[in-house]
Ligand binder design. Structure first.
Ligand code: 2NE
Length: 272
């Protein structure tokens, strides 16, 4: 069983390409079409947290084991009253925390989709920055059929990607769409033959990794901020602080405090 920081993973595989800057999180429940239960989501969050903290990682791939499914959403067999129930018996919708984590991760996350991406699985692919799909991929929302819905990012992110009419069609009719249809409506970025899926995803990863990590980080925060209100401004603002802490001007204030003297900011320019 693979481990992250010494902790075992059961529902997820976590790999890092040596010297490449790429981490891969794979939902590993193919017998359930990679449906997630609370343990799956919790393990995924640990992996994404590791990828965030690892300075050698610049891009994260999210995928599902096998070729039949990326993810079929919440595991209906463990759904109880109030949420999905794990060994601790607490009903959870912790996939919502995972959605936020992917959105706020200051590195690009690429969904690599083969087979079904439905329900909460379709929403996870929408939360990723970029999606590469195989030609066997199938997308859609099943929530209204099984008595569920995602009125958060699952609706608001969808409307931004595909527009109001299409988002209402997807949610109200709960139809399934093939990869070409998903591409045409703006749900995903690229469709390739199934046997080229990983190869193509790696091409995109390597192209991204050639670019400035800070530029990518701030751009992701800015694109989020345009839509995420106060939380988005907080994310973008955090990047401004991060950059300011790396300047002489920022450090003059810290040094002056520690040296118990007034700060001298006189030499720092006031740009127009
Ligand atoms: C994904 C889909 C269309 C695949 O169909 P097919 O024919 O390829 O496979 P099959 O035979 O349906 O599934 C294979 C096995 O996986 C289980 C099935 O029950 C089956 O098990 P056995 O009969 O072999 O024992 N399986 C598949 N998806 C599952 C799931 N989500 N939960 C539990 N078991 C699952 C087809 O399987 C399908 O439509 N699946 C259900 C999709 C679904 O409704 N997902 C939940 C949506 S709600 C949600 O995700 C959500 C939300 O709305 C809000 C917050 C959080 C989550």
């Amino acid at each position: 069983i693979p481990v992250v920081h010494g902790e075992r993973l059961q529902d997820v595989k976590y790999e890092k390409a040596e010297g490449e800057g790429i981490a891969k999180v794979t939902i590993n429940r193919p017998e359930k079409r990679n449906a997630f239960r609370p343990e799956t989501t919790e393990e995924m969050m640990r992996c994404f947290s590791d990828a965030r903290d690892d300075p050698d990682i610049g891009v994260v791939i999210l995928t599902g084991e096998g070729t039949q499914a990326f993810c079929s959403g919440g595991d209906q067999s463990v759904r109880g009253e109030g949420g999905y129930v794990g060994p601790d018996k607490i009903p959870r919708l912790n996939v919502l925390d995972l959605q936020v984590q992917i959105r706020r991760l200051p590195k690009p996350v690429i969904a690599m989709v083969a087979g079904y991406a439905v329900g909460g699985g379709q929403i996870l692919q929408m939360m990723c920055d970029i999606t590469i799909a195989a030609d066997n991929a199938v997308f859609g929302q099943t929530g209204p059929k099984v008595g569920s819905f995602d009125a958060g990012y699952g609706s608001t992110q969808m409307v931004r990607l595909v527009g109001q009419k299409k988002a209402r069609e997807i949610w109200f009719l709960a139809r399934l769409y093939n990869a070409e249809q998903a591409l045409e409506m703006g749900l995903i970025n690229k469709v390739v033959p199934l046997d080229r899926l990983e190869q193509e995803t790696l091409v995109w990863c390597r192209e991204i990794l050639r670019n400035s990590p800070t530029a990518l980080r701030v751009l992701k925060a800015a694109l989020n901020a345009a839509e995420d209100g106060q939380a988005g401004i907080q994310e973008l603002g955090g990047n401004a602080t991060l950059l300011f802490y790396q300047t002489e001007e920022g450090n003059e204030g810290r040094r002056a405090y520690l040296e118990k003297r007034p700060p001298d900011f006189s030499k720092f320019p006031r740009f127009p």
